[in-house]
Design a protein around this ligand. Structure first.
Ligand code: GDP
Ligand code: MG
Length: 296
């Protein structure tokens, strides 16, 4: 049996979280078209007859501005050396530029064992793919370069087969029924944040966080009911107004969308209580960042 760890890295929006979810066959990491959606290292676990692969999703690699982003980047750098393999995800529809060079430099410095996933081939013209392969194979000594689509699943089986080839023999690290290392509180906060990101514009995605204040499981067995209270953090009262919306309609909409997702995830009814709170400059506040587990 094979057993190993693979960290997924790349620029923001290249499709790392989508790829992780497709690989493990379930949504463990939230997705949006906004950069910096992923703030934590999230593990997703794949099992089959060949063995187990533990994938680590990471925040996108970029130059950090806030303390929050510095902590996010630390988790990426840590992951580069701690995992057996690096899976570098690039967006085939975006041309090679400075952002990609920055990622390549980090990979070259920390780990020679890297596989390149050339993602989003579903929206890339076929003749464009060969030049991308040539470009990247001269830039870095990848073990493999694999065109794929995290969205449609094309190329995923080949990727898994190649990863298993390079991983060592060993016992599984996690029980075979686990699909992520993250607990349910964390998943609840992330699913709520995803609903905000889907509806938010401009600066809101970056200045919003979700803190779970109550996760009451006392009626889960008997009544199949989970009571969750969450606080949505923003940095300014104007942002608070946008999230709440006219007559509270936006917050209601976020709440009902999140509740529907959480009911499916936890397979029980959810009572969800959402509040919005303004904390100036929370992204530079270590106490808040500790509560949010950023950097862990
Ligand atoms: P991350 O920031 O690297 O984690 O990227 P996400 O997984 O959050 O995806 C960023 C955006 O790219 C989202 O809008 C995804 O739906 C989209 N995306 C990801 N993979 C693919 C793909 O294979 N094809 C297409 N067309 N879009 C994709
Ligand atoms: Mg992500």
């Amino acid at each position: 049996m094979k057993s190993g760890t693979v960290t997924i890295v790349g620029r923001p929006n290249s499709g790392k979280s989508t790829l992780l979810n497709t690989l493990v066959g379930q949504k463990v990491s939230i997705i949006s078209d906004k950069p910096q959606t992923t703030r934590h290292r999230i593990l997703g676990i794949f099992n089959d007859a060949r063995g187990q692969i533990v994938f680590g999703d990471t925040p996108g690699i970029h130059k950090p501005q806030y303390r929050m982003n510095q902590r996010m980047q630390k988790t990426v750098i840590g992951a580069l050396s701690e995992f057996d393999l690096v899976l570098h995800v690039v967006d085939a529809s975006i041309s090679f530029g400075a952002g990609e060079r920055y990622v390549l430099e980090m990979i070259r410095q920390s780990s020679p064992r890297a596989v390149l996933a050339i993602n989003k081939i579903d929206k890339t013209a076929k003749p464009k793919i060969l030049p991308i392969i040539e470009r990247y194979s001269t830039a870095c000594a990848y073990l493999e370069l694999i065109p794929l689509s995290a969205m449609t699943g094309e190329g995923i089986d080949l990727l898994l087969a190649k990863l298993f080839d390079y991983l060592p023999e060993g016992e599984p690290l996690y029980g075979e029924d686990r699909i992520t290392d993250r607990n349910e509180r964390f998943m609840a906060a992330e699913f709520i944040r995803e609903k905000i990101l889907e509806r938010a514009r401009q600066e809101l995605p970056y200045t919003t966080a979700v803190l779970i204040r109550k996760f009451d499981e006392s009626r889960r067995e008997t009544k199949r009911l989970l009571v969750v209270a969450a606080e949505i953090l923003v940095e300014k009262s104007s942002q608070q107004g946008i999230i709440v919306g006219a007559g509270g309609m936006q917050l209601k909409d976020i709440g009902s969308a999140a509740r529907a997702d959480l009911e499916e995830l936890f397979d029980c009814r959810i009572y969800l209580d959402l509040h919005v709170r303004t904390i100036a400059r929370w992204r530079d506040n270590d106490a808040v960042l500790d509560d949010l587990e950023v950097g862990t």
